[in-house]
Design a protein around this ligand. Structure first.
Ligand code: ADP
Ligand code: MG
Length: 227
């Protein structure tokens, strides 16, 4: 069986003014297509580092990460760009929407980069907005939206790509409890509706209560009992 992700004995070091800091230590894990997985652990435990490596956000060799059975470290730039463009939808704590674009245009942005034609874009955007319950917000710019609405636009943008995996780093950290809960419901609902693999990093107890599978990271190490 081929896993969507297989991480094998992954170490990761940051270099800070000549000093090495080991952010990940011998991380081993497997993610199957269709899984929902949450990385928990205190701030500084390496959650974002791991998600950034799995999501090809860091320009590093990723020799220990296998995606669909292929070593990320051996992939050329074109393969990596295609995975970023087509397979992965990334969601950030601070939404990362373009302030000058409307909600609709924000969602459309990556579809244009994918080369999707206008008619198909409209279909994908409208369905994604419906799923997230934000169809009436399509002409609003981010500054006209609440935090919860912005995060739902960001999720709709990720979903519109129909990615294989959605990676969400602390998706509720900028939200109050009620909006956070709605965001988590939508995120995990996408897994049920579309079968999308969902990988989340969070230390929000509410997110962890809703998470079917939790892997704990402490000081860059996966706690064995959580596997
Ligand atoms: N760009 C960086 N340079 C140096 N150290 C970093 C950098 N990013 C993160 N770190 C350090 O790596 C550790 C893990 O960070 P991070 O992955 O952001 O943890 P988490 O997301 O769990 O809070 C922390 O000690 C953090 O200070
Ligand atoms: Mg983090």
């Amino acid at each position: 069986m081929t896993f969507l992700y297989e991480v094998k004995n992954l170490d990761f070091n940051y270099q800070l003014e000549g000093i090495q800091f080991q952010a990940l230590k011998k991380v081993n894990l497997k993610v199957s297509a269709g899984d929902v997985m949450t990385f928990a652990g205190p701030s500084g435990s390496g959650k974002s580092t791991l998600l950034n490596l799995m999501g090809l956000m860091e320009e590093t060799s990723n020799d220990m990460i296998f995606y669909n059975g292929n070593c990320m470290g051996s992939m050329g730039n074109e393969d990596k760009n295609n995975i970023r463009r087509f397979d992965i939808g990334f969601i950030f704590q601070s939404f990362h929407l373009f302030p000058v674009l409307t909600a609709y245009e924000n969602i459309e942005f990556f579809l244009i980069r994918q080369g999707v034609d206008e008619k198909k874009r409209k279909e994908l955007i409208q369905e994604s907005m419906e799923v997230l319950g934000i169809s009436d917000l399509q002409n609003k710019r981010p500054t006209q939206l609440s935090g919860g609405q912005r995060q739902r636009v960001a999720i709709a943008r990720a979903l519109a790509k129909r990615p294989k995996v959605i990676i969400a780093d602390e998706p509720t950290a900028s939200l109050d409890q009620k909006n956070g809960e709605a965001v988590v419901d939508h995120l995990f609902g996408i897994n049920k509706k579309f079968g999308t693999t969902i990988i989340v990093a969070s230390h929000d107890p509410m997110v962890l209560r809703h998470s079917p599978k939790i892997i704990n990271l402490i000081d860059g190490e996966i706690q064995k009992e959580s596997l």
